[in-house]
Design a protein around this ligand. Structure first.
Ligand code: SAJ
Length: 418
């Protein structure tokens, strides 16, 4: 079939390439001409899509990247994978709206549109469908089909492949569900049809709110365990021996990325808008997770003071500036917040991030250095924020005068655990 995937980011590009690999003719549409140029040249900027796979579907002619809307004509299925950011706590659906308008102008009878962007329950039927009808003059369910299917991209997750991750599918009516299920059956090993788009929209928010709240739980317990004289890491490991009814999460310097700090707030915003009541779990979890960078800094200040050093003027090396272990993504990184707080206290802060070659245009607020033995030995304190596989942990442990370990990877007289 003729497929359009609108938005060629970390969600859209893997879907577009996979759809091309299974035999569809795919147009990867993006409004960013720089991205389109990179894709057309066979350069993948998505870590889970190797350049070799992109070039293979380009060379076969099964995939083409474009910013030209005329290339959207005649699609059988269009999938919307555009960003849905929060702006001061309010969901910004303008990308969905403008994309729907563009697709609507090319919508023809018999075609199908699927929304994958994470959003609050009701978006598909209250926003997407009316815009498609208005732009096309066609009628939902009669002339065209619509549904929602949340993305479950897990950047860097080697255990679950893109096509091996079960895919929730939904439609505004039975025919939409049938066609959308058949489309995704050709791409994913397992599809899971649900009764309506609101269920699918809500399921996605439940998935990430579950993580967000449970990470905040262990973060709060980490802050409470230390004054209670309990090693939270050992206690969590012990709890994790329970073979049922427990999911293991670990404390850290905060919750970053483009999913977890954002998705749950879509839910709390919608609940507040529609029902006028707070989502207390989400708001409390956000508060606890937002406090973790300050807690890391507080522990570092205390650790340096115990060693007779004021934070002001101390040389601090932060290990791991990206938001997630072994990821090359800085979005909402708690490490950047830790750096900002330390700079405000007058510390001399450097960062080591092996997943971003030094000198990368990262807009980071600290200079990037290599985590060499010399650099580590010359620091007054080292903070292990992300235990990237590229770090030589033994060397760090041997050379650091004092390490605040936020990942429970080191041990020794010079090491303190978060
Ligand atoms: N984090 C903790 N403690 C934990 C787990 C995570 O502090 O126990 C922190 C991480 O350091 C990071 C943040 O939370 O800063 C988010 O981590 P994440 O493992 O949830 O990774 P993400 O943000 O890439 O989440 C994505 C999500 N995928 C989708 O939304 C489709 C999430 O649902 C996946 O579970 C996750 O990938 C994954 O498992 O890789």
């Amino acid at each position: 079939m003729q497929i359009v995937v609108a938005g060629q980011g970390y969600v859209g590009l893997p879907l577009a390439v996979r759809a091309a690999e299974v035999g569809h003719r795919v147009v990867g549409y993006d409004v960013d001409p720089h991205r389109v140029k990179q894709l057309a040249a066979g350069h993948s900027y998505v870590e889970d899509v190797p350049g070799s796979r992109l070039r293979a579907v380009l060379d076969s002619g099964a995939y083409a990247a474009t910013a030209d809307t005329s290339a959207l004509a005649g699609f059988d299925v269009a999938v919307i994978t555009v960003p849905t950011p929060l702006r001061e706590g309010v969901p910004d659906l303008t990308y969905i709206e403008s994309c729907a308008r563009t697709l609507g102008e090319h919508l023809r009878p018999g075609a199908t549109v699927v929304l994958e962007s994470t959003t609050y329950p009701g978006t598909t039927e209250e926003l997407l469908v009316p815009v498609l009808e208005q732009a096309s003059g066609l009628k939902r369910g009669v002339d065209f089909l619509v549904g929602f299917s949340p993305e479950r991209i897990a950047p860097g997750n080697t255990r679950w492949s893109f096509e091996g991750t079960p895919k929730l599918v939904s439609g505004i009516d039975a025919k939409s569900l049938e066609v959308i299920t058949a489309f995704y059956d050709g791409i994913f090993q397992t599809t899971v049809p649900v009764s309506g788009t609101r269920v699918a929209e809500m399921a996605k928010l439940i998935e990430n709110t579950f993580r967000f709240v449970n990470i905040s739980l262990v973060n709060e317990l980490a802050m409470l365990a230390k004054p209670l004289g309990v090693n939270i890491w050992e206690a969590i490991d012990a709890a994790a021996t329970k073979p049922f009814g427990f999911t293991r999460f670990t404390p850290g310097p905060g919750v970053g990325g483009h999913c977890l700090p954002v998705d749950p707030l879509f839910l709390s915003w919608k609940v507040h808008q529609e029902l006028g009541v707070p989502s207390r779990f989400v708001e409390l979890a956000a508060d606890v997770n937002r406090r973790m960078p300050s807690y890391v800094v507080q522990r570092l200040v205390e650790g340096l003071e115990e060693r007779g050093m004021p934070i002001h003027g101390s040389r601090v090396l932060l290990l791991g500036m990206t938001y997630k272990i072994d990821a090359a993504d800085l979005r909402e990184s708690p490490s950047a917040r830790v750096a900002e707080l330390l700079i405000n206290l007058g510390a001399d802060v450097r960062g080591a991030e092996p997943n971003l070659p030094n000198g990368d245009d990262t807009n980071l607020n600290v200079p990037l250095v290599d985590a060499t033995a010399q650099e580590i030995a010359a620091s007054d304190a080292v903070v292990l924020l992300m235990d990237h596989a590229r770090f030589d942990l033994a060397m760090i442990q041997q050379n650091a005068p004092y390490v605040l370990d936020c990942r429970n990877r080191l041990s020794g007289p010079n090491v303190e655990l978060l």
